[in-house]
Write a protein that binds this ligand. Structure first.
Ligand code: GDP
Length: 533
């Protein structure tokens, strides 16, 4: 647990930043909500989608087509926009469970999450999984119940379901009025206002009417009689039965405020954004070794949580997404790449803002910048102004599925190796080179990743590939006493491989094997995760 009891008073530029991700089950409305955020924030661009140009765009969008057909989003990206006094940094999470590792790492880069649920479906499987990941980090969560313009469940029922399934207190920030076709808007429970939805104009921000408490006769002017009685009764019950908003409990992740709306009708989005500003956390202290990093430190520090290769297939560039943990970064600064101890001049960092990627002239703690590079920057790397400090807690999971991979054209084996290494560094898959024999073994967390990889290798490298069954099903990283590791490796050559960092991995198909190794080599560590560094 981080020690946040002495959370510093932050400089205003940092204090106004809100860095968050959206978690949801596919189809709940994450994309639509994101678009509305950007619309209100005055930034039309979504990084990772509109960026590539011309020919490159076609290739990119073909790939996006695959995502679309699947109803999933396979690559995460970041976008920044201003709203009111706040600077929002939204980090997109891939929605499909096959990409949980990527998602997990993305969530290490944010201070809060917005949970989007479908008003007719409630808490779905993927919402629950992602929520559990947020809980591991005690991330504050704000909830948006979407699609209220359609038939939805009873409001109390939705709130109860969240409380029960996710074991978190829920406090209504708004209360919906009417259901489905009858839905006209919400009563703002926090500010005693009426927000009315405009069904005719989907891009119009809702009308907002000040109400002087529930007894205000103005209510009856705007809410039809048959809905008004129900509203009064429900709000009264809600105030009696449900906990009131406790900002501290929200920041600690014990309570989530819920807004009701319809992203596609732009309804409730503004209130949600204001809520993120008012109740969402400022940039937080970052766990690191040998000491944690506080956002108000004068010196700049940041860490890589994602690497995306081939965003523009014409240039084999990679962009490392860096979460700034402290200080005030200025373009051109020389930072130390802690892993290699080498200085790096950060001359062309990008910010994913406005209509294209823009050069980031500056960035503050909480911001996400992209640093184009040729492979030096890897997931988990820390950049500082010289201090040897390393951000911790960015995991690499043991893959659960292993397959062999071959180039369709055997002459292209070298190209395949290059492509695989690139994806390994990007974190899209684990790649193991067995110490005996040729070829590679690729490990992923979900089966769909094989398909995505095959299609990306073909598209980005022009290499048709074949995945085939592997004799192995499990991988464990090997570490520990040097002599013991050597003895173990020599005795188990046919099970040994190296990952893209050159670390030793033990491949097997039997849990029994793993148990045996643990018993026979007590000075050895076999681990299912490796912290990235
Ligand atoms: P994602 O998979 O979570 O990104 O969901 P999308 O934003 O792509 O939305 C899934 C579908 O729901 C799309 O067809 C949207 O047009 C639709 N949708 C999104 N928001 C709303 C809403 O407020 N009301 C209704 N009726 N449909 C919506």
């Amino acid at each position: 647990m981080l020690d946040t009891s002495n959370q510093p008073t932050l400089p205003p530029e940092i204090a106004r930043r809100r860095t968050f991700a959206i978690i949801s089950h596919p189809d709940a409305g994450k994309t639509t909500l994101t678009e509305k955020f950007l619309l209100y924030g005055g930034a039309i661009q979504m990084a990772g989608q509109v960026r590539a140009k011309g020919e490159a765009r076609r290739t990119r969008s073909d790939f996006m087509q695959m995502e679309k057909d699947r109803g999933i989003s396979v690559s995460a990206s970041a976008m920044s926009f201003d709203y009111g006094n706040f600077r929002f940094n939204l980090v997109d999470t891939p929605g499909h469970s096959d990409f949980s590792e990527d998602t997990y790492r993305t969530l290490t880069a944010v201070d809060a999450a917005v949970m989007v649920i479908d008003g007719a479906k409630g808490v779905e499987s993927q919402t629950q999984k992602l929520f559990e990941v947020c809980r591991l980090r005690d991330l504050p969560i704000l909830t948006f119940c979407n699609k209220m313009d359609r038939e939805s469940r009873d409001t109390f029922e939705i709130i109860d379901e969240i409380q029960e399934m996710l074991a978190i207190d829920v406090t209504p920030a708004a209360w919906p009025i009417g259901v489905g076709r009858d839905f006209i808007g919400c009563y703002d429970m926090l500010r005693d206002r009426l927000e009315l939805m405009d069904r005719a104009d989907r891009n119009k921000v809702a009308e907002s009417i000040e109400i002087n408490g529930l007894g205000d006769p103005k209510l009856a002017e705007h809410v039809p009689e048959h809905l008004l009685d129900k509203l009064l009764e429900e709000v009264e019950m809600a105030r009696e039965l449900l906990p009131a908003l406790d900002p501290q409990a929200v920041l600690e992740g014990h309570m989530t405020p819920i807004w009701f709306g319809s992203a596609i009708n732009s309804f409730g989005v503004k209130e949600l954004m204001e809520g993120i500003g008012a109740y969402g956390p400022q940039p937080q202290v970052q766990s690191a070794e040998p000491r944690q990093i506080s956002p108000d430190e004068k010196k700049v520090a940041g860490f890589v949580f994602k690497v995306q290769a081939n965003m523009d297939p014409k240039h084999r560039d990679r962009v490392a997404f860096v979460r700034m943990a402290s200080g005030h970064f200025k373009r051109g600064m020389k930072l130390t790449h802690v892993r290699s101890k080498k200085p790096m001049a950060i001359s062309n960092p990008v910010l994913f803002l406005a209509s294209d990627r823009e050069l980031a002239e500056e960035a503050w703690a909480g911001d996400i910048i992209g640093i184009p590079n040729h492979g030096q920057l890897r997931i988990g790397d820390t950049l500082t102004e010289g201090e040897a400090i390393r951000v911790t807690g960015i995991p690499s999971f043991a893959p659960e599925l292993l397959q062999g991979v071959r180039a369709g054209d055997p002459m292209k084996a070298k190209h395949l190796e290059k492509a695989l290494m690139q994806f390994a560094e990007e974190g899209a898959a684990k790649v193991f080179k067995p110490s005996i024999g040729s070829g590679f073994i690729v490990g992923v967390v979900g089966a769909l990743q094989f398909e995505v990889l095959a299609s990306r290798i073909e598209m980005e490298y022009g290499l048709p590939v074949r995945f085939e069954a592997s004799q192995f099903t499990s991988a464990r990283w090997v570490s520990g006493d040097k002599a013991e590791v050597e003895k173990f490796v020599n005795a188990n050559k046919q099970h040994i491989a190296h990952d893209h960092d050159g670390d030793i991995v033990y491949l097997t198909r039997l849990q029994w094997d793993i148990d045996r190794v643990v018993r026979d080599y007590p000075a050895l560590n076999l681990t299912a995760t490796k912290e990235m560094m």
